[in-house]
Design a protein around this ligand. Structure first.
Ligand SMILES: Nc1ncnc2c1ncn2[C@@H]1O[C@H](COP(=O)(O)OP(=O)(O)O)[C@@H](O)[C@H]1O
Ligand SMILES: [Mg+2]
Length: 293
């Protein structure tokens, strides 16, 4: 089943002025339900513009967007319910927190959907657990919290709407390495638990390598490729030529391979690299023993 489909989608900023900019250029793509997709690309490649089309925040200059097979903008009265299906977490979402308590902030979206108090409460408690917010934090003002905690509250606010599709624009940006890991970890857990479609926008190869099963690479407003994570990373040279560094560990492995170490391609996480290297060393030790005996 297709969750998201775009047909020849294009978007132009400042049409008719000297600042005219084609930000999304003839993008046709299909994303299956339940996937966790990393959307990567250089700054300015059109990632944010593309995803803002998926819940109708931007209207295509030309082309179509379909959610669950239903075309956005075909019938304006359907825009609102479709928007509830697609939750969008902006970059630096904590800037949009405004309520006096975290509880109220998370409640904002579900309230807007017209849900009753009991259901709203259930959703708040459920998402607070998912994003790792303790109950006592919920009665605090978001402004008393650390950067990482604030971001959890903001993400919980969108998750509490229980969207079928969750899209996060650079959810780890501006956080320290530990904070990054934690935020990405909770998104991964959310995906595992809910089995929803998740789009994770990032300019970091390391982040998407660890968390996504498929990768959409944007380049200059166009789709460079959309494929399984390992297939995308096997095109390291092309990615590097467009200024996208493959994960550091992939580069280390490629150097080892070039130096004659018989190791497989397509290694892009430290965990898998460790496992592969340990196996290789064990085999080598076994061979040595065989020779000695
Ligand atoms: N509000 C805007 N007005 C004019 N140009 C914009 C606007 N937002 C983005 N752009 C331009 O559109 C292109 C794509 O931007 P964006 O979608 O933000 O890319 P990314 O998220 O990959 O960094 C860039 O060249 C950017 O400068
Ligand atoms: Mg962006």
């Amino acid at each position: 089943m297709t969750a998201i489909k775009t047909e020849n989608l294009s978007y132009v900023y400042e049409e008719g002025t000297p600042f005219r900019k084609v930000a999304v250029d003839d993008v046709s793509l299909e994303i299956e339900k339940g996937e966790i997709v990393g959307v990567i690309g250089h700054t300015g490649s059109g990632k944010s513009t593309l995803i803002q089309h998926l819940n109708g925040l931007l209207k295509p200059t030309s082309g179509k967007v379909l959610i669950d097979g239903e075309e956005l903008w075909a019938d304006k009265s359907r825009l609102r319910p479709i928007r509830f299906k697609v939750g969008l977490v902006f970059q630096y979402p904590e800037y949009q927190l405004f309520e006096e308590t975290c509880y109220k902030d998370i409640a904002f979206g579900p309230k807007n959907m017209g849900l009753d108090e009991g259901e709203i409460h259930r959703r708040i408690m459920d998402t607070a657990r998912l994003v790792g917010l303790k109950e006592e934090v919920l009665s605090k003002s978001p402004f008393e919290l650390s950067g990482g905690q604030k971001r959890r509250v903001a993400i919980a606010g969108v998750m509490a709407m229980e969207p079928e599709i969750l899209i996060l624009d650079e959810p780890a940006s501006g956080l320290d390495p530990k904070g990054r890991e934690q935020i990405l970890g909770l998104i991964r857990e959310y995906h595992q638990e809910k089995k929803n479609t998740v789009l994770l926008v990032s300019h970091s190869m390391e982040d998407v390598a660890k968390n996504a099963s498929k990768i959409l690479v944007m380049n200059k407003g166009r789709v460079f490729c959309y494929d399984d994570t390992e297939k995308v990373f096997s095109r390291a040279k092309e990615l590097e030529s467009m200024g996208l560094a493959v994960p550091q560990i992939t580069r280390v492995i490629n150097r080892l391979k070039a130096a004659g170490v018989p190791i497989e391609d397509d290694i892009y996480t430290v965990k898998y690299a460790t496992k592969t290297l340990l196996e290789l060393l064990r085999k080598k030790a076994e061979n040595k023993n065989d020779i000695q005996h």
